[in-house]
Design a protein around this ligand. Structure first.
Ligand code: S3P
Length: 439
């Protein structure tokens, strides 16, 4: 994994993106399919599963807790659910690598178990805030030890949890999901009110597996003591991975690309809304519902972009797509202003600073602010940029190569494997001239 080897990308300038391709499965839905499939009664079959390091870390964690899981093989996973109380104490600490979703959702789910367990992660994860999950879980009656609010987290078993009403202090689907998963093990009702809509994959999958979830405006309520029934789950392609090709096509003349079977859950489509506001030519076809999640083919043809002030209500709906959107802004005519996005500073890296630093190296006027960035479109040059071990920063600078004046070298790209195995292969196929050098 990350610490054992690293790799850099060398991107030659120019090119355009064409053709039809399917990017790997949705990361958020893949995590949840393993978690809920493991706790269900019966056998859950998952197809389109993301075989990236993050989702595989969740899979390994449940295997370590005694769940029989077959695969993944070509995106197919068979989970032999053990029921709500069938997990066993793992022999060792559970290492979840780079994955914030694993550690935050698992901490809620494990707070309701009968055994102690410790969750650990890599250097990036070990620096990320966990008080946002330990605070509400503690109010529910859990006992969790942390390293001053950061991983590792040791969750003490055998605690009886009480349902609570929790007002989320920040728009976070991970915190919402954590509290709801703990709520399945709590006495009475647990409800969560969010300050703005965030991805609702947990609520949809719980419902799809027969666990009653009540949604009333901005509040989600669940009652403890229910059970999950196994089902089949078709994981759509990840709109967060599709984003790199959408932005790449939007900035490079001659592009015409179609991304197939992409999840277009309304809580995830901020990238489409924002690119359209900037003038992008995006159309959807083959819209369908699969496993409770909407999907579509997304076609993007080149059209000149214009800088905008990004509406704040779009921020949680595009939270993982901003590094790529900053590249779109760098190629747009005029200035793009982002505010209300302080959460970007506590992702796999400080994404505001990492993108501002790299864009400046490439000759773009990119000014970070406390909760966003101001980017004035210009001419992308060449240079060496740092990904800070952050998959989305690495892929964002890769697509900048389509409009660059010279070669871009991106350092420390191994973590692209957390969310997008074979990014380099697919990107080359689509028309980006990118080479990976393993060190
Ligand atoms: C995720 C929620 C988001 C997102 C992350 C995945 C999830 O994080 O950035 O990549 O699967 O619930 P926050 O909950 O911190 O906003």
């Amino acid at each position: 994994m990350t610490s054992e080897h690293n790799s850099k990308y060398i991107v030659q300038p120019g090119g355009s993106l064409t053709g039809e391709l399917r990017v790997p499965g949705d990361k958020s839905i893949s995590h949840r399919s393993i978690m809920l499939g493991s706790l269900a009664e019966g056998v859950t079959e998952v197809t389109g599963f993301l075989e990236g390091e993050d989702a595989l870390a969740t899979l390994a964690a449940f295997r370590a807790m005694g769940v029989k899981i077959e695969g993944p093989e070509a995106g197919r996973v068979i989970i032999h659910g053990v029921g709500m109380n069938g997990l066993q104490q793992p022999e060792k600490d559970l290492y979840v690598g780079n994955s914030g979703t694993s550690i935050r959702l698992l901490s809620g789910l494990l707070a309701g178990q009968s055994f102690n367990v410790t969750l650990t992660g890599d250097k990036s994860l070990s620096g990320r805030p966990m008080k946002r999950v330990t605070d509400p879980l503690t109010v529910m009656g859990a006992t969790i030890e942390s390293n001053e609010g950061k991983p590792p987290l040791t969750i003490k078993g055998g605690k009886s949890l009480q349902g609570i009403h929790y007002e989320l202090p920040m728009a976070s689907a991970q915190v919402k999901s954590c509290v709801l998963l703990a709520g399945m093990y709590a006495e009475g009702k647990t409800s969560v009110t969010e300050p703005a809509p965030t991805r609702d994959h947990t609520e949809r999958m719980l419902t799809g597996m027969g666990y009653q979830v009540e949604v009333d405006g901005d509040t989600v309520t669940i009652e403890g003591g229910g059970k999950l029934t196994a089902t089949t789950i078709d994981v759509p392609a990840d709109i967060s991975s599709a984003t790199f090709f959408m932005v790449g096509a939007a900035i490079s003349p001659g592009s015409d690309i179609t991304l197939t079977h992409v999840g277009i859950n309304p809580t995830r489509i901020g990238v489409i809304n924002i690119l359209k506001l900037m003038g992008a030519d995006i159309s959807l076809s083959n819209e369908a519902i699969t496993g409770g999640e909407p999907v579509a083919d997304i076609r993007v043809r080149y059209a000149p972009l214009t800088g905008i002030t990004i509406p704040e209500d779009q921020v949680p709906l595009a939270i993982d797509e901003f590094p790529a959107l900053f590249v779109a802004a760098a190629c747009a005519e005029g200035t793009t202003v982002l505010t209300g996005a302080e959460e970007l500073r506590v992702k796999e890296s400080d994404r505001i600073q990492a993108m501002a630093d790299g864009l400046q190296i490439l000759g773009i006027d990119a000014r970070p602010t406390a909760d966003g960035i101001v980017i004035t479109g210009g001419t992308i040059g060449s240079g060496d940029v740092e990904s800070h071990d952050d998959h989305r920063i690495a892929m964002s600078f890769a697509i900048a190569g389509l409009q660059a004046g010279g070669t871009i070298q991106i350092n420390n790209c191994a973590n692209v494997a957390t969310s997008f195995p074979d990014f380099v292969g697919l990107a080359n196929k689509a028309g980006l001239m990118i080479e990976q050098i393993d060190e």
